[in-house]
Design a binder for this molecule. Structure first.
Ligand SMILES: [Zn+2]
Length: 257
């Protein structure tokens, strides 16, 4: 009983301690800390919870092609490859998301729904743009106090819940305007890779208004997104590049299906 009381007391202390630390920006200035340090520490902690709940795919048939596409995207757009880390998660859920600590998670369910490497690059490009444009970090910082509460009240046994709530917190901080910005930047990223950026529009049109898919649920109407991409001007012309060999693409799809 005494032990239980002590644990509750420690939890309450941590709860208010972190809440106080997160909210008191001036206090942080006195200690020559910036609020982002607290945000980053929390991000690391949240990522530990999230990643422990993911069934990470380590097959080279999947990881190598994904790494290749992301690497090519970084090179073509002057993005530091070390600034983002990619995890492939095995789940049928058609989803990809950028999350705390510049981590980008792509599900096997999404990979298997893509018709070609350009559509897959478009999905990765949209998430990459959220990271590069600072959307995730900003959203995290705004919600740092909420995350602190989240960690303390849910405990580490429910990493899936933490992932879902973190996703919600992040998406609540990302407006439609930022989504459009991420679509535009994502399309420009793949254009710079000498891939056909219109494939992004084709991908959106393919899913039309299928809002049952997690990846498209929180976004604008897919037809509208497709139309916006089609209105954009791109510099790459035919013949477009092919980065992965057909065999590599097929081998990856086989593992993801
Ligand atoms: Zn988005």
């Amino acid at each position: 009983m005494k032990k239980l009381f002590r644990e509750i007391a420690i939890s309450v202390f941590l709860f208010f301690g972190i809440l106080f630390a997160t909210l008191q920006v001036d206090w942080l200035k006195v200690l020559h800390l910036t609020p982002t340090i607290i945000g980053d520490k929390l991000s690391e902690l949240v990522w530990d919870f999230i990643s422990s709940g993911l069934y990470e795919v380590d097959s080279e048939k999947v990881c190598l092609p994904i790494d290749t596409l992301v690497h090519e995207m970084c090179i073509a757009n002057g993005i530091d490859t070390a600034s983002v880390s990619i995890v492939v998660a095995r789940t049928y859920e058609v989803n990809a998301f950028a999350t705390v600590g510049n981590h980008l998670v792509v599900n096997t369910g999404l990979i298997s729904e893509m018709d070609n490497e350009t559509q897959l690059s478009a999905a990765l490009g949209h998430e990459m743009a959220h990271i590069q444009l600072g959307h995730i970090q900003k959203s995290i910082r705004q919600n740092a106090a909420l995350q602190a509460i989240l960690i303390l009240v849910t405990g580490n046994s429910r990493s899936n819940n933490i992932r879902k709530i973190t996703e919600k917190l992040i998406s609540s901080g990302i407006t439609r305007a930022k989504e459009r910005e991420a679509d535009e930047s994502g399309a420009r990223y793949i254009d710079a890779m000498h891939l056909d950026a219109k494939e992004m529009a084709i991908m959106f049109e393919k899913f039309k208004d299928d809002n049952s898919l997690s990846y498209f649920k929180d976004h604008d109407n897919n037809q509208k997104r497709a139309a916006h991409i089609r209105e954009m001007h791109f510099t790459s012309k035919e013949p477009y590049r092919q980065i992965l060999s057909p065999e590599t693409w097929e081998a990856m799809q086989e593992v993801c299906r």
